[in-house]
Every structure is written in C-alpha cells, then in structure tokens.
Design a protein around this ligand. Structure first.
Ligand code: TPP
Ligand code: MG
Length: 570
C-alpha cells in the first residue's frame, strides 16, 4: 500500500511527463498539490492574473519545447485562464491548464447559488485541443496522459483538465495505478519521413534551377534550424520565414528574405522552380502561400514537410507531402541531395533580388532619418536597441505600431530568440511571455519591446519577475496612445479631432511604476541616453523597465503598415 492524496497523485502524473514548471494564482483548492511542488521539484510561479500566468507558461513552454502547467481556481481564476488559452491555441503552445471546481455536491451541476460554480469545461472546449472533466481519482494518470498527448501531438496546443476539489484530498493506493513516462505512451519522434518521398524531394531539389525554402514554427519545435541552414546553403536556396519562426533563419543570413521586403521576397518565391515549405501552415500573414505573394502552384513544384498531416496542403496545393520531424527530414534530404549534386557556390538570382530590395531600404531609411519633433524616432530606438543588445537576446514584442517598427528595424539573429503573438496580435502577452522565457533560460538575456498600451495589461507582473529573480529588460515605447488605433481612425476617414478616447495620459511614468515595485527604472527622452540606461539595467541584476518617449506623429505611420493592411486583404 502506498496511500497518497489526489493532489500528490496529480503531481506524480505531471512529473512523469517531465513537467518542471507551474504558473497560476493559488486558491485553497490547489493547496493539496501546489503545497507539494517543492517535494517534486516543480517550480511554482504565482502570478497576478491567471491570463498572464497562461502567457508565462507559453513563454516557458516555447523556449523549453515542452509542456508546462497553468492553474486557475474554480470560477473566476479558471475563467481568466480561458482568454489565455485562446493565445496558446492560436500560437500552438503546449500548455496543460488545470482548474478545480467546487465540491461536486453543490457545484456539478450548480444547485443555484453555489459559490464559484461555472461551467469551465464547456468554456474551455473551443480553445483547447482536449478538455476533460475528471470524476474519479483512479483516472488521473490516464487523463493526464491523454491531455499531454493532445498538447504535444501534431501542431502543439493547450489541453485542460477540470477537477472537482474533493478529489484532491481523497486518498488512493498509488501502487494500483499505472503512471508511466511520456516516452512509454506517446510518439516522441516523427522520424525522417518516407525514404521514397525523401528521395523524390531530393531529386527535385537537386535538379531545380531556383529554390525557395519557407520555414514555419514547426522547425522551432523540431529544433531543426541547423539542418535547415545546412540544406539551404548547400542548395543555394533563397530562405524565408513565417513571422512566428523569425530567427530560425538568422535575419542577417545572405540568403534570407524578410516577408516585409515584399518586392524581393515575392520575386524569390515566384521565380523558384521548387518551393519547399517546412513546418508552416502558410497562414494569412504568409499570404496563404498563394499568388499574388507567391508563385502559381501549377507552375512550381511544392514540397511540404510537417509533423502534422492536418497542416499539409492546407492553403497551398502540394506536389509532395512528407509527414516527418522537420530536423530529421531536412538532414535526410541533405544526405540524399549530396549524392545527386555538388554544393552550389552561389544563390541564383541573389543580386537581382537584392536590387529589388532597394525600394524597401529607401523607405526604411527615409523613416529612420525623419527628425523626431518629440522624444525619439521609434525606428532609431529599435536600431539602437539592436546595436546595444547581444545577438542571442530573446526578444519579445508586444503592441501595435511599435511591433511594426520593431519588426522592420530589429532583426532577429539567432534561432529560439523570438516570441510574439503572431496569430492573435494579443496585447498584454509580452511581459508574461518574457517572464516565462527568462524562467526557461536564466542564462540568456531577455528583452521585451512593447507599446505603452500593451504594457498596461499586465504591468504588475514586473513584481513576479522581481520575486523570482528574473532580470528581464522591458523597453516601453511611450507614444501616449493606442497608436495603431489612431492609424485605424485615420485610414477609415476620421480626422485627429474625431479620435475617441485614444490617448493614454503621458504623465504615466512606467519607469517609476517599476521602481515602486523594487525593479530598476530609467527614463529616456533622448536616444543618446539609451546606451547608459541599457548598461545600468543589465548591471542592476533586477528586472528593468526603460521608459522611452517616442514621437507620436512618427509612430502613427510606420513603415510596414501598408503591407500589414495589404496582407490581411489578400
Ligand atoms: C487584447 C487586445 N485588445 C485590443 C487589440 C486591438 N489593438 C491592436 S493594436 C492596439 C494599440 C496598441 O497600442 P500600444 O501598445 O501602445 O502600441 P502602439 O500602437 O501605440 O505602438 C489595439 C488596441 C488587440 N490587438 N488585442
Ligand atoms: Mg502606444
């Protein structure tokens, strides 16, 4: 006999999955398992909002490439998690959400007037890959397995388990249960794909004149950046990436073409004889993988590699589908390609495509050189940050126009160095993403670049970062407004005097808010003050927040805005 509580049983199941981090806000019902997290060596992070806790778990899971847990209480805490889960589902982050219900006797179903009785199961269903209401203690191991299998199989995403709180204090003989590690029950390795298909793909690539390789987040999950670059360089292929996968191809790589540099990237995509798509669904921001932003699939060969068959051929027809682990398939492809052709010394079309970038560069330079009437030119801020931050900084973006400016002037130079709410454009995710990323990578610098509107959602989480000794650097671009929505008013024919409640009081000092929590704060209204502020932020050893006054007029119309609108209309 080995009698343990339901709370301890839950932790044993999580431990078997290799879970080492849990985020949330504690409630009395959670004590039977949260109280034992030190015993099971699981780090527990108490946040200031369950929604933010989900985003922290997302940041953590994304960088560690494994499941993490988030908890919410019966009723409001669980409901707060739901919004967060919509992000995890959108971005494809494998989160296991655990929520309790109040005792079944009153809350399931609600007798009417039962304290914190809400139907979290029904609420979570549309935003999770799997959701279960657990009614028996002896089913914990099986249902945790099912939830984790769903979260990690195919395109990753969130699962949720709803547990009546009385189960967590009930006892059970653990020896009668089967708790097994993940490698014993779920596929860990999708392998290199069908060898015949790999051979055909290699032949097409070896015979192609021009090749375009598009990388999505699947390559991040497969940790396949090295293999991708090796293949791309051997073949002399042009390389592009979805926004979510930024950095998988370092953006200063000579073959890389940013999706923002439309004249060049469209040419490289269209002229390719073979298009190789790896780990991407080719969604809206990728122009659906179709004309006018891509070539005609009838005139090009398309090879699509993905671990999830549901993602293959979704938006662009394919000629060859390979279900595989991206890294393994790419290295198998390279091996096969090497038997068919010599390495290419140059990339066909490179010079021509770079020339096509000239108009993009001219626009970027014009904006960068525009004088700021007030505070700092936002582009100059981003370019200076790129110079001042180490190459391997994990960069998190959040906000509206601030994100567009950062995307244009702050290249991502290493794999596993970028997080942004690409699919959702979800304001408020930045600070918690950054905290989760730092918790997963304490030895790497983490910098959040955020708009002032976006920062306001979760600013109390600076205290969470301080409490957990997670010295991230936050750069807030303060234009004193929800800048992107000002742009929206203007583009819909409203004038500045018709703006409705779009400003944020510029007396708000985010640096002082950070200082008030015990963090480091600095105020920058002149770009020359930035290097010192960055240096002091790093030297403080604390979470740091640098309040940068940016020019509101320049922030209204950043480069990339037209593309942002155009892509969403194709
Ligand atoms: C959760 C959420 N609410 C509302 C929006 C709509 N929205 C998109 S950008 C934006 C303004 C963002 O302002 P800020 O963070 O200050 O960045 P700025 O545009 O000023 O650079 C808003 C309200 C959203 N994307 N997400
Ligand atoms: Mg703003």
């Amino acid at each position: 006999m080995n009698e343990i509580t339901g709370g301890e049983l839950l932790l044993q199941c999580l431990k078997a999955e290799g879970i080492d981090a849990m985020f949330g806000i504690i409630d009395g019902s959670h004590v039977p398992f949260v109280g034992l997290t030190p015993k099971y060596d699981i780090s527990y992070f108490n946040a200031h909002h369950e929604e933010a806790a989900v985003h922290m778990a997302e940041g953590y899971s994304r960088l560690k490439r494994k499941i993490s847990v988030v908890i919410g209480n019966p009723g409001p805490g669980g409901a707060n998690m739901i919004a967060g889960l919509s992000s995890a589902q959108g971005e494809g982050h494998p989160i296991l959400a655990i929520t309790c219900t109040r005792r079944t006797a009153t809350a399931q179903p609600d007798r009417g007037g039962a304290w914190q009785a809400t139907d979290l199961y029904e609420m979570a269903k549309p935003v999770t890959k799997y959701c279960a209401y657990i009614t028996r203690l002896d089913r914990f191991p099986e249902l945790v397995r099912t939830a984790c299998r769903a979260a990690m199989t195919g395109r990753p995403g969130p699962s949720m388990l709803v547990i009546p709180d009385e189960l967590l204090t009930m006892k059970i003989d653990a020896e009668q249960l089967r708790i097994v590690p993940s490698e014993k029950y779920r596929v860990q390795d999708m392998g290199a794909g069908d060898p015949q298909n790999i051979h055909t793909a290699a032949k097409w690539l070896a015979e192609a004149g021009k090749i375009f390789i598009h990388v999505g987040k699947g390559v991040i999950w497969a940790n396949g950046s090295k293999e991708l670059l090796a293949l791309g360089e051997y073949l002399g292929a042009a390389l592009g990436s979805s926004t979510g996968a930024r950095g998988t191809v370092p953006e200063d790589h000579p073959h890389f073409f940013s999706g923002l540099d439309m004249p060049a990237v469209i040419m490289a995509r269209t002229e390719a004889d073979v298009v190789l798509v790896v780990g991407s669904r080719l969604g809206e921001y990728d122009g659906w993988g179709m004309p006018p932003l891509w070539g005609d699939p009838a005139k090009q060969k398309t090879i699509h590699i993905d671990s999830d068959p549901l993602s293959i051929g979704l938006n662009r027809p394919v000629d060859l589908a390979i279900v595989a682990d991206a890294g393994k398939a790419l290295s198998a492809l390279l091996q096969e390609v090497k038997t068919l052709t010599e390495p290419r010394q140059t990339m066909p079309g490179l010079e021509k495509y770079r020339e096509a970038s000239a108009s993009t560069h001219a626009k970027l330079m014009a904006y960068l050189q525009a004088p700021a009437e007030h505070g700092v030119n936002p582009a100059l801020l981003m370019a200076s940050l790129r110079k001042g931050l180490p190459r391997d900084t994990i960069t998190v973006l959040d906000g509206g126009n601030t994100v567009l400016v950062a995307s244009a002037y702050f290249p991502i130079l290493e794999p596993h160095s970028f997080i942004y709410s690409v699919k959702m454009g979800y304001l408020g995710t930045g600070l918690p993403f950054a905290i989760g990323a730092k918790a997963a990578n304490p030895d790497r610098p983490v910098c959040l670049i955020t708009g002032d509107g976006a920062l306001g959602f979760c600013i109390m989480e600076m205290e969470t970062a301080l409490r957990h000794k997670l010295p991230i650097t936050v750069i807030v671009a303060v234009d004193g407004s929800w800048g992107m929505e000002k742009s929206a008013f203007l583009s819909r024919g409203f004038s500045e005097d018709q703006f409705v409640d779009i400003h944020i009081d510029t007396a708000t000092r985010y640096d002082l808010m950070a200082e008030a929590m015990g963090c480091y704060g600095a105020f920058v209204d002149d770009i020359n003050k930035l290097p010192e502020a960055l240096g002091q932020a790093a030297a403080s050893g604390k979470p740091a927040l640098i309040h940068v006054v940016v020019d509101p007029a320049l922030n209204v119309n950043p480069p990339g805005r037209d593309q942002f609108k155009y892509v969403r209309s194709t």
